[in-house]
Design a protein. Sequence first.
Length: 216
Amino acid sequence: MYKSISLIIFSLLFVLITNNLSAKDIPGYAYGESNLETAPYTLKDLQLLKTTVLFTEDDAKWLRKSRKVLEPHAEEILDTWYGFVGSHPHLIYYFSNKKGEADANYLARVRARFIQWVYDTADANYDQDWLNYQYEIAKRHHHIGKNKIDDVQSVDHIHFRYVVALLYPVTATLKPFLERSEYSPEEVNAMHQAWVKSVLMQTILWSHPYINANEF
């Protein structure tokens, strides 16, 4: 059976490895780097995707407002998400070594990028650099790129069903943190809906390597 790691260990590892790191110093974080592969989808494709999921400039505004709400709770948010993954052997499996043991270093490196992903999502900056990094994230879930950036010996592929399925627990568990603010219930709901739409768009973009050519 695959072993999970306690939230206390997650937190300690995060503090030890990421303390005082700026975004550019986060292990494996490559947003905006010129050597990233150009995304196979375009800004026009992204605009059409926004239209399809009903993502508007108001949603972008609420995402940006959410950053100040969420940033003070970033570590607790990651504790919640890692606690969920760690409590399910079929999910922690994807961060396990060949012996079936959760790889603490791998989890800590991913956690640092995961926190930065919260900030990047809240910044709602949908430019070409953002689009290219979505494709980089996509490849890191798929066997064409998984494990490479962290140089780990883990399972080499995250099954597509879980890439999609995790959209719900990630966004559902975020709402209580959004409620820790002076915003009204209606405004909190607007922030939360913006998050759901943005994570949905990102999940769709991350699906590209899993889809047959000319079917995406």
